[in-house]
Write a protein of this length. Sequence first.
Length: 238
Amino acid sequence: MSGQPGRAVADIVTLADYAEPLSTTDGRVPGQRGRQTRRRLLDATVELLTTTSWRSVKVTDIAREAQTSPATFYQYFGNVEHAIRVLADGMVDQAAQLSGLVGGDWSEGASWQTALAVTEGFLTYWEENRAVFRVVDLATEEGDAQLRGIRVRALNAVTVALAEMIERQGALSPAGSDPMAVAGTLVAMFASVSAHRSGFEYWGIRTHHLIDTQARMLHWAVTGRPVLSGASPAVWPI
C-alpha cells in the first residue's frame, strides 16, 4: 500500500457492517450469536451472487451455503430480494466512509498520496461489492427503482465529496467550470474502470497502471497541478 492515506482504506472500506437496523423479521434484536448468523447469511448471499444469476438464487441455496436452515434465513430476511437490498444499503454506508478519503490532505506535499488513496479506495470498494453492483445494475435495467436509487446514493456520496473538495481549492479546476460535473465525470471514470478491470487485465493493462492513470487525472482535476516526478507508484493488490 502506498503511503499513510492509503493504509486507511483497509479500515474504511470493508464488508464488516451491513446497513439496516439489526433486528429479526418479528422485531426482536438479535444477540451476538444471532448477529453472526445474519452475517453468515449475507456473506453466503454474496458468495452465491458471485457465481449465480441473482434470479436463480434461492433461500435454500443461501441457507445451505451458510450451513443453516431456510427457517433461520426467514428469521432475518423476508426473501432473497430483501437480503440483496440489505447488502446494497451497506454499499451506501461504505461509500459514505469512502468519501472520508476525499477529505484528506490535498496540499502540495501530500496531494499525490491522497489521490492514490482515493483511487485505490474506490477500486477496493468496488471489488468488495462487485457481485452486488452487478445485481443492482441488472435490476436497474429491469426498472427496479429502489435498487437504482441505492446505486445513485452510493456513487453520489463520493461525487458530492469530490465536488466540495474541488470548490475548496479556491481556483477553477482545469477539468471544467462546474465542480459537480467534474466530480461526476471522475466518479463515472472510477466506476467504469473498476467494473471492467478484469477485461483490462486480460488485454495486458495492469491494475497498478490503471490506478496510477486515474490518480493522476484525479490529482490534476482537484489541484490543477501535475504530479511531481518521483511520485510513489500505485500498488495492487492492496
